[in-house]
Design a binder for this molecule. Structure first.
Ligand SMILES: Cc1ncc(COP(=O)(O)O)c(C=O)c1O
Length: 418
């Protein structure tokens, strides 16, 4: 959509939307809404702001990045290949096999892996791949948890599907209740976005849960996209992944990952959100079609970034350091917040999902009285008719600053919200 400003005789300015009217079905992006909410509020003087909104780790990125970019700078004048380099694909394939204990030689990285310039763009583009004109003679549905990562909804809507928001509350273990999905809905489902560990609640799907989701994808012929971009930020045990679960299920010969794609990112694992680097892996048939689509529309990952990413996927030391930093931050948060606002230690990710009564009001008070910036849960969720909005009573707090700053922010939360 293009916004055109018209000046009229009165001197007033109005705006007329032209172009794709599906865009008008979307709200502003969560961070734009937050900026609008807090813009009229000036925090108390002499308090340094603490920003805990964007999931952008503030840890120093590993030196591997700078070293590799310098050594491969001759690649900046080349258009990047959509499929990346064999070295990148091999590093990802080896990492997946190691991390998820895949049987040796099962994953053929050249046909099962594509580089992504950050997972957001590909999670969005995926809907263009997965959503047909009609499914079961009706408008296709795209399923997603509620609350959810905003691009899932944007993708569904812009691809002409109906986004279906599946409540993920404390009662459902903070993941959608798969048993509540009706055959009527599943028959017209084209795509299901699952996030594990979940943003914002940090819940990790069990093998049985993932097995059920994969089974449904195969039974009803839809694409299951498992967003595992927080998979490497865990406190006690590494969350199970969808690829490893799929391998253990009965499957057609040579097709362990039918209907399944998983998404991984270096933004969180390697504290490198600015590198814009991730990958998608899984069903070679889908990867092949995705590659064809991406030839038309993806930015491609520049060769120096492919080289840096290759080195990062081959290194675990910096990831372990990161996890240690998050453990310290959760310990600091727990010391202040334990026993309040439904605090719990998430299985993965780096968010606190705190039940504070009214998330928007809490966000405003925290900004006004403590210069602590958090995200109202309702900006990540939608109302379903007849149901409570599962984000309304919550705030999301991203533990992206250091442990001392986290402790200070959590102390402010308790002081201000009581
Ligand atoms: C659930 C989830 N998926 C995907 C992403 C996208 O990450 P990136 O595009 O940096 O890989 C994010 C980023 O915040 C996220 O929270």
């Amino acid at each position: 959509m293009v916004l055109t400003d018209f000046s009229v005789n009165s001197g007033a300015v109005f705006t007329e939307a032209i172009g794709n009217d599906r865009l008008d079905l979307l709200t502003d992006y969560p961070f734009t809404r937050l900026a609008n909410l807090l813009a009229p509020i000036t925090p108390r003087a002499n308090v340094a702001p603490i920003l805990l909104t964007v999931g952008e780790p503030q840890h120093t990125p590993p030196s591997i990045i700078e070293e590799t970019l310098r050594a491969t700078a001759s690649g900046w004048n080349k258009y990047p290949p959509v499929g990346g380099t064999p070295e990148f694909r091999a590093a990802v394939g080896d990492w997946l096999a190691r991390r998820y204990e895949l049987p040796a030689g099962l994953l053929h990285a050249d046909s099962s892996v594509l580089p992504l310039s950050g997972t957001r763009e590909a999670l969005f583009m995926l809907a263009l791949l997965a959503v047909p004109t009609q499914k079961a003679g009706r408008q296709p549905a795209v399923l997603m948890p509620n609350p959810f990562y905003a691009p899932y909804e944007g993708a569904a809507v812009m691809a002409g599907a109906e986004p279906v928001f599946l409540s993920a509350t404390r009662e459902t273990g903070f993941l959608p209740d798969l048993d509540a999905l009706t055959p009527e809905l599943l028959e017209r489902t084209a795509l299901f976005y699952l996030c594990t560990p979940a943003n914002p609640q940090g819940a990790a799907a069990t093998p049985a849960y993932l097995a059920k989701a994969i089974g449904l994808a195969r039974q009803y012929g839809f694409v299951l996209a498992v967003d595992e971009c927080y998979a490497e930020i865990w406190l006690d045990t590494p969350p199970v992944g969808a690829l490893q679960v799929a391998v253990s299920l009965p499957h057609e010969d040579g097709k362990p990952w039918a209907n399944l794609l998983v998404f991984h990112s270096l933004s969180k694992r390697s504290s490198a959100a600015g590198l814009r680097s991730g990958f998608v892996a899984g069903d070679p048939a889908l990867i092949g079609r995705f590659s064809r689509l991406r030839s038309y529309g993806c930015a491609g990952m520049p060769l120096p970034i492919l080289a840096a990413s290759t080195a990062l996927w081959r290194d675990e030391a910096h990831v372990e350091e990161n996890r240690a930093a998050y453990r310290a931050k959760f310990a600091a948060a727990e010391a202040e917040l334990g026993g309040r606002y439904g605090y719990y230690r998430p299985a993965g990710g780096f968010f606190l999902w705190l039940e504070v009564g009214n998330g928007e009001e809490a966000a405003k008070r925290l900004w006004a009285e403590g210069a602590v910036r958090v995200l109202p849960g309702a900006y990540l969720s939608r109302n379903n008719p007849g149901e409570a909005n599962p984000g309304e009573a919550f705030i999301r707090v991203a533990l992206v600053q250091d442990a001392d700053t986290v402790a200070q922010a959590c102390a402010s939360i308790v002081r201000i919200l009581g």
